[in-house]
Write a protein that binds this ligand. Structure first.
Ligand SMILES: Cc1cc2nc3c(=O)[nH]c(=O)nc-3n(C[C@H](O)[C@H](O)[C@H](O)COP(=O)(O)OP(=O)(O)OC[C@H]3O[C@@H](n4cnc5c(N)ncnc54)[C@H](O)[C@@H]3O)c2cc1C
Length: 415
C-alpha cells in the first residue's frame, strides 16, 4: 500500500499545526503497524506525486523490481482529477498500468443518472434513483487486511519500505489538543436509531460525528451504509447527500469557484470586512451564529443545523460572498471536504443546485428558539450572553433580510 503527502496540497495550509495533517500522519503510523502484523507494507512519501513515484520506481529498478500496476481510490475533486490524469500519463510512460477504483463513495459519477443519461441536479429524484440502483454488492464488506495482504504487490523480503516522513520534515507539528478533538471511530447504533428526532439540536449528541472519519476513510463508507440500513433511513439519506455532492463536483467542476447557477455570480456582494471579521470571531450579536463560530474556532467542528444558520447569515444578512465563508470553513473544519463544503455553502447562498429559493431567509433568532430553546448550546460557547459584555447585533434582522431579498431580486429578476 502507498500514500503520498502531496506537497501541492500541504503547501496551501497556513497553520503548521494543522490537525488534519497530524491526524492523517498518526493514522498512517497505525496502519503501518497493522499491516506489518499481516506481513504487509506501507510506503509513505512526501513531495510532488510524480517526483515521489519517480524516486520509488528508480529505487525498485535498482533491485530489479518492475512495478506492474498501481490502483488508486478515485477522487472527484478537480485538482485530483487533473493530477490523476497526469499520473496516468506518467505511469504509461513507465509501462505501468494505472487504474482508478471506486472507494470513497457508494455510487459514483454516472452510476445514478436521469433516464436520458444526464446527471441529476436536484437531490430528491437523485436519492430515489440512488436507492433503486443500489445493490447489496455496493456495500458488501471489503476483504480484511489479512486477505488484502495476501495480494500485496511487494513482499517485505524483496524491498523494505522507507520510514514514514516525520511531520517536522514536512514542515508541520502535532497540535496538543489532537486527541481531545478527534471523535471516536465507532458507529453508535443508539445514536442512529434516535437520529431522526435528535439530529437538529446542537446541545444534544444526536448525530454520528463520523464526518472526519468518512472524509479520511478511517471508517469505510460501506461500513457506514450497512449501519444506516440497519438503524436509520434518515441517516442513510445523509450518506446519499454525501454521494450527491461528490457526483456534482465531478460533473460540474465550475461550481468550486463559481456559482452553480451562473446568474448568481452577478450578485453585488457587500463584502464588509468588519462584518466578516465579527462573523469569524463569533461576535455578531446573534447568539446561535456566535456559538457556532466559536465552536468551529475552538474544535474544528460545527453541528449541521448551526452550519446552515451561520452560512445563511453570512450570505444573506451580511451579503458576503459565499466563497469567503467556504474558504473560512475549509481552513477550520476537521471534516473539510471540498464537495460537501461547496455544496453546503451554495445551498445556503441560494446559488447551488437544489438550493432553497433566495427569498427564504433563515431567521437566526427563531432558529435559536426552535433548536436551542433552553440555551444549552449558546451558554456553552458564549458564556457572556445576556450580560453587558455581549455585543449588540451588527445588523438588524428585518432590515438585513429585506436588503438581501432586494439585492438578489435586482439581479435574478430585473424589473
Ligand atoms: C455550509 C455547510 C458546510 C458543510 N461542510 C461540510 C464539509 O466540509 N464536510 C462534510 O463532511 N460535511 C459538510 N457539511 C455537511 C454536514 O454539516 C456535516 O457532514 C455534518 O455536520 C457532520 O456531522 P456528523 O458526522 O455528526 O453528521 P451526521 O448527521 O451523523 O451524518 C452522517 C454523515 O453523512 C454525511 N453528511 C451529513 N450531512 C451532509 C450534507 N448536508 N452534505 C454532505 N454530506 C453530509 C457526512 O459524511 C456525515 O458524517 C456542511 C454543511 C453545511 C450547511
Amino acid at each position: 500500500m502507498a500514500f503520498i503527502f502531496d506537497r501541492n496540497i500541504l503547501e496551501k495550509l497556513d497553520d503548521k499545526a494543522d490537525r488534519r495533517v497530524a491526524f492523517l500522519h498518526r493514522e498512517l503510523q497505525q496502519l503501518e503497524i497493522d499491516l506489518a502484523k499481516v506481513n504487509g507494507q506501507l510506503f509513505v512519501g512526501y513531495g510532488q506525486p510524480q517526483d515521489v513515484w519517480a524516486q520509488w520506481l528508480e529505487a525498485w529498478k535498482a533491485e530489479e523490481i518492475q512495478l506492474q500496476s498501481v490502483h488508486v481510490g478515485r477522487d472527484y475533486e478537480p485538482y485530483a482529477q487533473e493530477r490523476d490524469r497526469s499520473m496516468a500519463e506518467f505511469f504509461a510512460g513507465h509501462g505501468v498500468e494505472f487504474k482508478g477504483v471506486k472507494d470513497s463513495v457508494i455510487l459514483e459519477k454516472n452510476e445514478v443518472t436521469k433516464d436520458d443519461g444526464k446527471p441529476y441536479t436536484v437531490f430528491t429524484p437523485y436519492s430515489r434513483k440512488w436507492r433503486k440502483t443500489l445493490t447489496a454488492g455496493d456495500y458488501a464488506e471489503a476483504p480484511s487486511h489479512k486477505e488484502a495482504a495476501k495480494a500485496r504487490w511487494l513482499s517485505p523480503d524483496a524491498f523494505e519500505a522507507p520510514a514514514i516522513p516525520t511531520l517536522a520534515s514536512m514542515g508541520f507539528e502535532s497540535p496538543e489538543d489532537l486527541d481531545a478533538l478527534i471523535p471516536q471511530r465507532s458507529i453508535v447504533s443508539k445514536v442512529l436509531s434516535a437520529y431522526g428526532d435528535q439530529r437538529d439540536f446542537p446541545a444534544v449528541p444526536g448525530t454520528s460525528r463520523l464526518s472526519l472519519h468518512l472524509r479520511f476513510g478511517t471508517i469505510g463508507i460501506r461500513q457506514a451504509l450497512r449501519a444506516g440500513m440497519a438503524h436509520s433511513e434518515k441517516w442513510t439519506t445523509e450518506l446519499i447527500w454525501r454521494d450527491f455532492y461528490q457526483m456534482i463536483i465531478y460533473h460540474f467542476p465550475h461550481s468550486v469557484e463559481g456559482s452553480f447557477r451562473p446568474a448568481y455570480d452577478a450578485i453585488p456582494w457587500e463584502n464588509n470586512e468588519a462584518h466578516f471579521d465579527a462573523w469569524c470571531k463569533g461576535k455578531t450579536g446573534y447568539p446561535l451564529v456566535d456559538a457556532g463560530m466559536r465552536e468551529l474556532n475552538a474544535t474544528g467542528f460545527m453541528h449541521n443545523r448551526v452550519r446552515m444558520v451561520v452560512a445563511s447569515f453570512l450570505c444573506k444578512h451580511l451579503l458576503t460572498d459565499w466563497r469567503w465563508g467556504e474558504r473560512y470553513f475549509a481552513s477550520k473544519l476537521l471534516d473539510f471536504d471540498l464537495a460537501s463544503n461547496v455544496g453546503g455553502w451554495q445551498w445556503a447562498s441560494g446559488s447551488g443546485c437544489d438550493a432553497a429559493p433566495y427569498f427564504r431567509v433563515f431567521n437566526p433568532t427563531s432558529q435559536l428558539d426552535k433548536f436551542d430553546k433552553d440555551l444549552r448550546y449558546v451558554r456553552k460557547w458564549v458564556p457572556e450572553y445576556g450580560t453587558s459584555l455581549y455585543p449588540e447585533p451588527i445588523v438588524e434582522h428585518k432590515t438585513a433580510r429585506q436588503r438581501a431579498i432586494d439585492t438578489y431580486q435586482s439581479v435574478l429578476k430585473p424589473s
